[in-house]
Each structure stands twice: as C-alpha cells, then as structure tokens.
Ligand binder design. Structure first.
Ligand code: HAM
Length: 414
C-alpha cells in the first residue's frame, strides 16, 4: 500500500500548531465570554434540508460543496458547511426563546465544504463563530462586529480591513433584484457567461465577478444601499454610529455580497492583506429571516464566523511555550521501574507535570532525555533511594522516594 496521506484539503494539527490553536481558543473564549456569550457545540452533521433551506438553494455551498450522506430511511444528512443554521435549529429545538433575549452563543468547530483546496482554503476547516439571537437592536450588530474586531486585534491579525453594507429587508431586496436583473439583461452581451447564467438565480453575485466586461457593467448598476427603506437606512446608520463610538474603522461597501443567502440588513467582512487570494478572515451579518426559513417563528439574529486557519496565517505568531516539565523520573536498574512508575503517577496526581522513562534507555540515555525534555528536576530511583537532581542549579541530594514531591514542593537546599 502507498504511504497513507490525509485526504486532499485536510490536514493534521500537531506540535506548535496545536499550541497556537489552544491559545486562539483561550483568547476567543475570553473576548466572547466577557460579552456574555456561552459555548455551544452542535452535531457534525444535520438534516440536508436544514442547509438547503437555511443557507439557500442558489448558493455555491449548497449547489456544489456539501458532503451529503444518503442514510436511507433516516433521510439525507450533510456534514455541516457552516454553523449559523445549526445554531438556529438548536435555538428552536431547546425553546431558547424563553430565555432572556438576545441569546448569545459561540462555537469553535470544524466545517466541511467540497471546495478546490488552495492556500487558506480547505475542505475541513475550523471557525470561531458568534451568534446573538432574538433582538434586532442595531447595538447587537455593532457589538458583534466590535467583538470580532477585538478578537482579531488580540490575536495580532495584521493588515485587516472591514467592509460593511446593508442588504435591507427581503421586500426591498426583491424590488432591487428586479431592477438589477433588468440592468443585467440590458447589458447581457458584455457579461461573462457565468454571470448571464445566474441572472435569474442570483444576480447579486455579478458584483463579485473579476470579468472585465462584467465589472464595467456593474459600475453603472443600481446600488441596493440607495434603495433601502427608511427603517433599514436608520438601522444601518445606527450600526455605523455605534461602530464609530467603538473606535472601529470601516469602509462602506455598497456591493458587498456574501456567499450565503440568509442575510438581511447588516453584512460585513474582515479581510487581511497578510493573506493571499483567500483574503476573507471573517464575516457575517444579520439573518432576520433564517429562523422562519427553517420552520420557526420570526426571530431576528446576528452573527459572524472567522476562519481559524486564516486567522493563524494572518497573525503574528505569539511565542508558544510548551508545557514545562517539573519532574523526570529515571531509574538505575529494571527492578526500580515500578517505583519509578508510582512516583511519576503520584507526582501527576499531586498536580505536577511528570514523565517517567518509557523506552528502556540506559541511565545515561535517560539523563540525556531528561535534559532534552527541559525537566526542572530528575529523580533517579536506585538502591539508595531517589537521587533528586535540580537541573537548574545542578545540586543533588538522595532522599526517600516517598518524600520526593515534598522536597520539590518546599524547594530543597542542595
Ligand atoms: P463564511 O463567510 O462562509 O460565513 O465563512 C466565514 C469564514 O470562514 C471565512 O471568512 C473564512 O475565514 C472561513 N472559511 C470559509 N470557508 C473556508 C474554507 N474552505 N477553508 C478555510 N476557511 C474557510 C459563514 O460561514 C457564516 N456562517 C458566518 C455567519 C455567522 N454569519 C452569521 N453568523
């Protein structure tokens, strides 16, 4: 058999990368829990219909990127491509409307999209996400965006830029959509074939195109931001005013489109110049219609998700310190092995970090290994008891094996 490899678009997490992720989780937890978010984890798979209805039939995610499993009589299941629809499903299932609103939930989970892998784009990737469900107050939007800003700042993510827009309500959007479709149809001969093929299904995506002819047509296209209702305009203005107050710099982008269909009103995206083509570090927005779409009562929601791999790629890596080792337990001869085992186990139970020799090295090899693992103390079990050595000061003393932990705790005069 050829050497086994992780599937395309996936990766193993080990060594310093694992430490960096643990640190990212610690920082995210701090930023979000200080603002009243509590942790949620949902299953890795959900009914396919949840994503088809929630994320939207016309999106790339649903059309091309879902890993779907046919479970026969159990129906069709899909590995979660994103977290918002599952969190809304959980909100409904657990009757969270009875809790004080908004309910604030955060997650750090892995997601699955069958995309073409490249730098910063994977088929299994991780997101930190935050959802605030049950209030349409513009302060929810501004606070949510501010928290992602804080998270990126705390992680040292460099070169960030925040773009923000508003999509209005579905009614405004429907009227605007028709106006935009008319514009696209009138200029169809200058557009890329892909944009033409999506005029009916998703005309907004034309703003995303790199095709020169399409870009020229989009220059003169009507802008949704100019068509917002008074209520939506006021909501957007309040979000912006609160962001100003929070010291967040943003650019209003009237053409900001996101790859998921559930957004209403506020949408935003952080990019980082430190990333290549896949420059989106995190983004989100308001999804006031999603809960109804998946079968619940009308309930407003607002949130975001940020890619863990992209945040780590764009961050100045913090120095990652391995867990310090208090005690390395060596033994002089095989008959002292069980005593060594017991000492290491007792030391860990008492809250110290401790390792014993596990590979049958010679005593010399064991001491070398203790040194290499950065241990502060080594205990060498032998006929005389335990020779306890302070590797920092170089001092040594032979003690009763039962008292090794006591000596380490009180410090000993060597
Ligand atoms: P999204 O923009 O699809 O939004 O994904 C959010 C972030 O996840 C992206 O900005 C990117 O950093 C990361 N990401 C997405 N796809 C990949 C991939 N294939 N490889 C690596 N990283 C990736 C959502 O998922 C929404 N659920 C966000 C949201 C929450 N909106 C409201 N609430």
């Amino acid at each position: 058999m050829a050497k086994p490899q992780a599937p395309r678009g996936t990766f193993d997490v080990l060594g310093d990368a694992a430490l960096a992720r643990a640190e990212l989780e610690r920082v995210a937890k701090g930023v979000l829990e200080r603002a009243g978010y509590t942790r949620i984890e949902t299953p890795v798979f959900e009914a396919t219909e949840l994503f088809a209805r929630g994320v939207g039939e016309s999106t790339d995610v649903v059309q091309k990127e879902m890993y779907t499993l046919d479970e026969g009589s159990e129906g069709s299941l899909t590995l979660r491509p994103e977290g918002t629809a599952p969190v809304c499903r959980a909100y409904l299932e657990h009757g969270m409307h009875k809790l004080p609103q908004p309910v604030k939930l955060w997650y750090l989970s892995s997601f699955f999209r069958r995309e073409r892998p490249q730098a910063g784009r994977f088929r299994q990737f991780w997101q930190v996400g935050a959802e605030a469900i049950g209030s349409d107050d513009p302060a929810v939007d501004a606070e949510s965006i501010l928290l992602l800003f804080e998270l990126l700042e705390s992680l040292g993510v460099t070169g960030t830029r925040l773009r923000i827009g508003s999509l209005g309500t579905p009614a405004t959007r429907a009227a605007y959509r028709e106006e935009l479709q008319a514009h696209l149809r009138a200029h169809a001969s200058s557009l890329s074939a892909e944009v033409v093929s999506r005029i009916e299904l998703n005309p907004l995506r034309a703003f995303d195109s790199d095709h020169p002819g399409t870009r020229a047509v989009m220059e003169s296209a009507p802008r949704l931001l100019d068509r917002l209702s008074d209520d939506d305009r006021q909501h957007f203005d309040e979000v912006l005013a609160l962001l100003d107050l929070g010291g967040v710099t943003y650019e209003i982008d009237p053409t900001l489109v996101r790859g998921l269909d559930y957004y209403t009103r506020t949408v935003f995206e952080f990019t980082s110049a430190a990333l290549g083509a896949q420059s989106g570090v995190g983004g989100g927005g308001r999804y006031d219609g999603l809960m109804e779409e998946i079968g619940g009562p009308a309930t407003p929601g607002m949130g975001w998700a940020a890619g863990v791999e992209r945040m780590l790629l764009a961050a100045v890596p913090p120095p990652v310190a391995p867990v310090p080792l208090d005690l390395y337990v060596a033994y002089a001869a095989p008959e002292h092995r069980t005593a060594a085992f017991k000492l290491a186990a007792d030391a860990r139970r008492a809250g110290h970090t401790a390792r014993m020799e596990l590979a049958g090295r010679s005593l010399k090899g064991q001491l070398k290994q203790a040194d290499r693992s950065g241990a502060r103390y080594v205990a060498i079990l032998g006929d005389e008891g335990a020779a306890l050595k302070d590797l920092e000061s170089g001092g040594q003393q032979t003690v009763d094996p039962e008292t090794v932990m006591h000596h380490i705790r009180v410090g000993f005069n060597l």
